[in-house]
Design a protein around this ligand. Sequence first.
Ligand code: PAF
Length: 288
Amino acid sequence: MKLIKDIKALQSISDYFRATVRTIGFVPTMGYLHDGHISLLQKARMDSEIVVASIFVNPTQFSPTEDFNEYPRDFLRDYHICRNYGVDYIFYPDTKSIYPDDFLTEVYVKDISDRLEGTFRPRHFIGVTTVVAKLINIVKPHFVYLGQKDAQQAIIIKKMCEDLNIDIEIKICPTVREKTGLALSSRNTYLNDDEKTEASILYEALNEGKKMILDYKVVDTESIKKYVSNYISRKSKNIKLQYFAITDNYLMNEIENLKNYKGEVVLSLAAYLGKTRLIDNILFNYNN
Ligand code: PAF
């Protein structure tokens, strides 16, 4: 495995592999890798001849009040994980090379970026799409691997590629969970063991919502939202739900009534447990 910090160097390497007809699979990350990231690396390894992983804690997707400084970092550990899982190139740029002093451009996917997560993290997705567009232009991959855990991020990046004719395939891989159901996240390091157990209520609540829809055929989404919200407050005094939404899986438009709806449904939520903000979602097919 080679460690690359220089943008031009990686672009030349990618040009060479493209010219020699080798497929490049890319896993963008902010490091502090866990089993969720590993599942993306494994998928990339199976699909592609060359696997590139990036490790870059992107400052522009954090608001000034968020946890950019506290965000866990351990490059050496990440380096070994990447090597063990067959990564060929690890891209580890400095902030200044990604955002030089004269950097002016932003990539903004309208509407979807402003709802759900976007309501509570106003410029977050602009930061994500801008850096992902840059990373794609640097790595020049055929495939990009993202986790379903960040459902809205995955949808927005897909839309960006569709709208800007970025010729790559986005592969969205299932959320990896602890045995308790808690979705893996680098931010889980902020939780102690008791909090981790408590946080698994979120996944339980999502499944309760799914049960209401699929087993008990409830179609009025407002009442499902109330039910899920009450379920969480009944089960935990410490979890503060920020939102729970029932949407489609294309533009994440809210579904008001499932009566005339067919297709994929995403139940997604964000909640605080103490100071830690957690997100999760489940995706399923709805055919009435
Ligand atoms: O999901 C993440 O880790 C980040 O948002 C990403 C896609 C690497 C962009 O910084």
